[in-house]
Ligand binder design. Structure first.
Ligand SMILES: Cc1cc2nc3c(=O)[nH]c(=O)nc-3n(C[C@H](O)[C@H](O)[C@H](O)COP(=O)(O)OP(=O)(O)OC[C@H]3O[C@@H](n4cnc5c(N)ncnc54)[C@H](O)[C@@H]3O)c2cc1C
Length: 475
């Protein structure tokens, strides 16, 4: 090979930056193309009332082994602060603490026999190793089977509704199974970094998640990568017949029929080059030997519409989010997370990051997030910021009747169009393939299944896809 393969990574969120970092480590020439004015996607921090707060709340769990290793490699270990956080549950006008097994045993929303049944069901779910056995079953069917209808109606149904909106009835039981397994934090750590951390501990990066993004970008650039911002990709095309010096085997060869492949790279490895049109400060047409998309699947499917490709994940349904951040002059609760058992409330939960961050992080103020996850068709996606704020604050008074707008020092509404795939019972048939065409690779949160999407999984995805690219070039 006469020169290093030129790789374009589409999207400069946590996933794109990590794909770039991994490939640079293997000697590739990498350019990250990011539409936003700065890299980091949903993982960045922002200014609010003179404080630095995360755009969306982010916590690190003791079981996030890959992520903890990255934090360490980037020299951010000393910035990581651990705290035991509390969880609450709001129902029938009252807030109940559900932070310890004892409190759960006393949880008054359920009768004593129901609490015992719930405990046994959760134990059973933890012991279930093969999630495939429940993949085709909905949450409602499975939870009703293992907990009974009454517990389902009182506890699970409002939680599922709050998180998944109208998509809840279609979601696979693996969603609850995987969430229960993730929350077993601290018991299955294999990183060697967090052995002293017990379940219930949560980690926060002092100064916000931005520190991690900044360190990642600096590392990508130190390894010779280029991060191009204000670069919105508007189309993606292949010109396999041109061939390239990097892949002489592809010269003059028609790109193979772009059919779907069974997981592995298509025969012939990479063809190319791929031409990418970007709209930004400098409209340009760029050529790369390898393209790795980290864009939401529907965006990728739209960009590559000139290519009759299957396997891009165009059928994946996703949840978006609209989230109000409130900077308050006083704490709202004692809980990091307050779960909501009242289906009339429009937000998914109340997250008070002050209880996760070290004391003094927000200069005496309290930071509260009110997220609403948006299933396809949710009318809240159409509401402007003022309407979102108005409705959220009215509803906040249902939980805290004494809440007064005068407590608000500053506020902001943040949105993201695709934050996680909806794991329907047929989800694996919709998942994007890793390599839908020669030279085109997909690394996406839509490939994370059955696990919930969080940055430890995102990082592992980046490592896996980068590893497959390297292996395909070597063969
Ligand atoms: C409310 C919320 C809470 C969360 N809490 C946690 C948590 O506590 N712990 C945790 O580990 N994880 C958490 N996460 C998950 C985590 O932040 C995300 O899963 C992860 O950062 C996704 O990274 P990404 O790169 O796949 O996506 P994104 O961050 O969305 O990045 C995609 C990038 O692609 C760019 N892009 C889109 N279209 C184009 C285009 N046409 N051209 C060029 N660029 C384009 C976007 O601008 C964006 O920067 C949370 C996420 C949210 C939304």
């Amino acid at each position: 090979m006469s020169r290093r393969p030129r790789v374009a990574v589409l999207g400069g969120g946590f996933l794109g930056l990590n794909v770039a970092r991994e490939l640079l480590g293997h000697g590739y020439e990498v350019t990250v193309l990011e539409a936003g004015a700065r890299p980091g996607g949903v993982s960045v921090s922002r200014e609010l009332g003179g404080r630095t707060v995360d755009r969306f709340y982010h916590t690190i769990l003791p079981t996030d082994s890959a992520l903890l290793r990255l934090v360490d490699e980037l020299g951010l270990g000393p910035k990581l602060a651990w705290r035991r956080t509390k969880s609450g549950f709001f129902q029938d006008g009252r807030i109940h603490s559900v932070s310890t097994p004892l409190e759960l045993l006393r949880f008054p929303v359920l009768s004593f026999p129901e609490r015992v049944r719930l405990g046994l069901a959760v134990f059973r779910a933890q012991r279930l190793g093969d999630w495939r056995s429940i993949e085709g079953e909905t949450c409602e069917s499975w939870l009703t089977r293992i907990c009974g209808r009454s517990i389902y109606e009182k506890m699970w149904a409002p939680l599922l509704r709050a998180k998944l909106g109208d998509a809840a009835p279609r979601v696979s039981a693996t969603f609850i199974w995987a969430t229960i397994h993730r929350l077993q934090a601290g018991t299955r750590d294999d990183s060697g970094l967090a052995k002293d951390l017990s379940p219930g501990m949560m980690g926060y990066l002092r100064g916000g998640y931005q520190g991690l993004i900044d360190a990642l970008v600096a590392d990508v650039e130190r390894r010779g990568g280029v991060v191009r911002t204000n670069a919105t990709i508007t189309s993606l095309d292949s010109e396999a017949t041109l061939g390239t010096d990097a892949f002489p085997g592809a010269r003059g060869v028609q790109r193979p029929d772009p059919v779907t492949h069974d997981g592995g790279p298509p025969e012939g490895g990479a063809a190319g080059p791929w031409r990418i049109e970007i709209l930004g400060s400098t409209n340009a047409s760029l050529e790369f030997d390898v393209v790795v998309s980290t864009l939401p699947p529907k965006v990728l499917a739209r960009l590559a519409q000139g290519e009759t490709l299957r396997g891009l994940g165009g059928d994946v349904e996703g949840l978006g989010v609209v989230c109000e951040i409130l900077l308050l002059d006083r704490p709202l609760t004692e809980f990091y997370i307050l779960n909501l058992g009242d289906p009339a409330l429009p937000f998914t939960g109340i997250i008070e990051s002050t209880h996760l961050a070290p004391d003094g992080e927000f200069g005496g103020a309290s930071v509260v997030y009110l997220p609403r996850y948006l299933a396809p068709g949710d009318v809240w996606a159409e509401f402007g910021d003022d309407e979102v704020s108005l409705r959220f604050r009215q509803s906040l008074r249902t939980v805290f009747p004494e809440f007064d707008d005068a407590w608000i020092l500053e506020s902001a509404v943040e949105r993201a169009p695709f934050v996680q795939p909806i794991h329907t019972t047929d989800y694996r048939e919709r998942m994007p393939e890793t390599c839908p065409a020669p030279g085109l690779w997909v690394a996406s949160s839509a490939q994370i299944h059955p696990w919930p999407v969080h940055n430890n999984q995102i990082l592992r995805r980046a490592q896996l896809v980068a590893g497959e690219i390297v292996a395909s070039q070597a063969s």
